[in-house]
Design a protein around this ligand. Structure first.
Ligand SMILES: [Zn+2]
Length: 157
């Protein structure tokens, strides 16, 4: 019993590229300014900072500072939404996967999804949860056979 309760207190967090094909135990959350909806929008940067960075007007540390400031504001205003997400993911027994369009590699971690994973870790720890960061998930290769039919309501939108 105690073990079950303990396991139910661990938030698992991972990151992936937007075209990551989720597995059953994933709770995928698009956190992009381009296509996020719902709680994911609270984790998206602003277009202005994205463009400033992509077009070279600000460097990465400046971007990080702006993003963290934005998240501080969002958290101050919507703490309950962040807390509910963490609670739901843990209750589902899933791994929260934050996705974005940025192509990154082992040498490049310049995407806000990694910043958000660390911010969510801090929030969860502060709320008394444990956190397990599972890192960047690899895209799985497209299967050679035809994809299985999807159940109604579960297919790609
Ligand atoms: Zn990104």
């Amino acid at each position: 019993m105690a073990e079950i309760e303990e396991a139910a207190r661990v938030l698992r967090i991972a990151t992936a590229r937007i075209d990551y094909r989720p597995e059953d135990n994933n709770h995928v959350l698009d956190v992009t300014v381009k296509s996020a909806s719902g709680v994911g929008r609270l984790m998206a940067p602003q277009w202005s900072m994205v463009l400033d960075f992509k077009e070279g007007r600000i460097d990465w540390p400046t971007y990080v500072g702006r993003y963290q400031e934005l998240m501080r504001k969002n958290y101050a205003r919507y703490a309950q939404v962040f807390h509910a997400l963490i609670r739901d993911v843990i209750t589902e027994g899933k791994c929260l996967v934050l996705t974005c369009y940025c192509n990154t590699g082992p040498d490049c971690r310049e995407c806000h999804r990694f910043l958000m994973a660390d911010i969510l870790e801090k929030i969860a720890l502060n709320e008394g949860y444990e956190v397990c960061q599972e890192g960047e998930l690899e895209r799985r290769p497209t299967p050679a056979i035809s994809p299985q039919p999807t159940l109604p309501g579960f297919g790609a939108e």
